[in-house]
Ligand binder design. Structure first.
Ligand code: FES
Length: 110
């Protein structure tokens, strides 16, 4: 599989409002995609606390608040803001024409 083939179209540009997100299937994963500060960002959809869907959360200052118990995760790198040693996977996002595309393979953890 070539590097370009690793991207999956999840939605059309404009389908996600600023400060909001959505949950999409990317390969065998559920990925939460957000529009934050005019940039699309993608992290694992599954909250590591009790499994809520992070894609249903709202974004403030570059962090999504889990809709169940408000744990906050950076939408840029997936780190839990209360303890950055814990993080969820983070995915590269690109816009191709009018499509939002997410890479299947998560970014390496930093
Ligand atoms: S399930 Fe996400 S904070 Fe509890």
């Amino acid at each position: 599989m070539s590097r370009d083939d690793d991207f999956v179209t999840v939605a059309k540009v404009g389908a996600i409002a600023e400060g909001r997100g959505g949950t999409f299937t990317v390969g065998d994963r559920l990925v939460a995609v957000f529009l934050s500060g005019g940039e699309y960002q993608a992290i694992d959809d599954l909250c590591p606390h009790m499994g809520a869907s992070l894609g249903a959360g709202e974004v403030f200052d570059g962090a999504v608040a889990c809709p169940w118990h408000a744990w906050r995760f950076s939408v840029c790198n997936g780190k839990w803001l209360d303890n950055p040693k814990l993080s969820v996977d983070c995915f590269e996002v690109r816009v191709a024409g009018d499509e939002i595309q997410v890479r299947r393979t998560p970014r390496p953890k930093s």
